[in-house]
Every structure is written in structure tokens, then in C-alpha cells.
Design a protein around this ligand. Structure first.
Ligand SMILES: C[S@@+](CC[C@H](N)C(=O)[O-])C[C@H]1O[C@@H](n2cnc3c(N)ncnc32)[C@H](O)[C@@H]1O
Length: 211
């Protein structure tokens, strides 16, 4: 199922990029403010955990490179290596053409190719390509597990959340926050969840590699 979903996702995001270009809308975000609110939460958590140490980051589902630009613009964090990964080759091609720095690289893949301190995902699993909630949640967990294997320090990802998990008729996935937290604590390391009033239907999960 994973291969088929990745192929469909690549086509859907490629078509959206062709229509709207390198914009928040081109990545299925409602607007840039909400896209950046998510980046801010992830970057704050990265800074807190890095505690002044230079870091390497894998950004899974990097899209057109908006988080890479955000990191370079804000400079809150010392990044010695950043790799943006995406399943959509058109997006990776765009990122490579506009790579903001030699330390910033881009690859077509759904998980880090090398062990990396921090793995992050923003909005990566929000758009489902099935209305079957079980199949989609299995897919998301499989993707997260593959990423977790290459994560040496922490995995930070956001999902949209609701009282119970569901997929809307527009294919937007909402996770159950408590169930996701339990799954992360069981399969990954000790996990906490961050919520923010600016984006009330979002939750950011931070799973730590213990020991
Ligand atoms: C909603 S967009 C978010 C893009 C970017 N993170 C941002 O916030 O601007 C989701 C991106 O994740 C990519 N994607 C979806 N599923 C993926 C997966 N399993 N592995 C890697 N990339 C994926 C899509 O191609 C798309 O570019």
C-alpha cells in the first residue's frame, strides 16, 4: 500500500504545485500565517532541545522548501546540515534549483537516507489519498516508523486533530491526539504533545530517543 499511496501523493502534490507554484496554497495550506505558525512551533522545540549545539535536520515532506527558508531567515538555530526530503520529484527539483546554502540538500525519498539528529514533518500526512481511516493510519505509522529508525535525537511532527480520528470528504486527515500519543510512546520514545491557540486543530508531537 505504501508504494501506491506514495505514487498517488506525488501526482496530487505535483499537480497542485504546477497550478499554484511555490506558495502556501501550492502545498494545500490555507495561508502562510498558519504554515509559519507550525514552523515556529517546530523551530522553538528544535532550539530548546539543541540547547546551543549545531544540529542536522531531515525535513520529511519539505514541499517547495519553505521550512528551509524559514530556518535561514530566522537563524534561531545553528544548522550544520539540512536535508529536505519529498516524494514529489518536481518539488525536489525546484528546491535544488533554489537551494539557499551548500549545507542545504534535497532528495526524493519518504525517510532520511542517513541517520539524522532531528527528523521533522510539517503537514506531511494531512492529505489522505484514501477515505479508509485504518489504511491511512497504518500508512502514516509505517512512514513514521521508517523515519524514526534514522532519528538519533528526536522526531517532531504535526497532525490535525479531532475528538476521534477521521478523514473528511475533502480527504483531510484528523488524528485522535490521545491515541497518537499512546502509539508514539509505545513505538518510539517518550513523547509529548504541544498545542497552540493560533492553530487550535493542530498538535505537534515530540518523540525523544531515550538513553
Ligand atoms: C502539506 S505539504 C507541506 C509541505 C511543507 N512541509 C510545508 O509546510 O510547506 C506536504 C508535503 O509532503 C509531501 N509528502 C506527502 N507524503 C509524504 C511522505 N510519505 N514522505 C515524504 N513526503 C511526503 C508532499 O509531496 C508535500 O510536498
Amino acid at each position: 500500500m505504501e508504494k501506491i499511496y506514495n505514487e498517488i501523493l506525488s501526482q496530487v502534490y505535483g499537480a497542485r504545485f504546477k497550478e499554484y507554484g511555490a506558495t502556501a496554497k501550492g502545498s494545500f495550506w490555507l495561508n502562510r500565517q498558519r504554515q509559519e505558525a507550525r514552523f515556529r512551533i517546530i523551530a522553538q522545540e528544535l532550539s530548546r532541545l539543541a540547547n546551543g549545539t549545531a544540529v542536522n535536520i531531515a525535513d520529511i515532506g519539505c514541499g517547495y522548501g519553505a521550512f528551509a527558508n524559514y530556518l535561514l531567515e530566522t537563524r534561531d538555530l545553528e544548522v550544520f546540515e539540512y536535508t529536505g526530503y519529498d516524494i514529489c520529484p518536481q518539488l525536489i527539483e525546484k528546491c535544488r534549483h533554489h537551494s539557499p546554502s551548500k549545507a542545504f540538500n534535497f532528495e526524493v525519498a519518504s525517510a532520511p537516507l542517513l541517520p539524522t539528529m532531528f527528523t521533522v514533518m510539517s503537514g506531511t500526512y494531512n492529505l489522505s489519498v484514501t477515505l479508509d481511516i485504518k489504511n491511512w493510519e497504518d500508512y502514516v505509522l509505517t512512514c513514521l516508523e521508517t523515519c524514526w529508525k534514522q532519528t538519533t535525537f528526536a522526531m517532531i511532527f504535526n497532525l490535525q486533530v479531532e475528538e476521534r480520528s477521521m478523514i473528511t470528504k475533502n480527504n483531510i486527515y484528523y488524528a485522535n491526539k490521545v491515541a497518537t500519543l499512546e502509539a508514539c510512546n509505545t513505538r518510539f520514545g517518550p513523547t509529548k504533545v504541544i498545542t497552540n491557540n493560533e492553530i487550535p486543530k493542530d498538535a505537534t508531537f515530540v518523540a525523544l530517543r531515550a538513553g
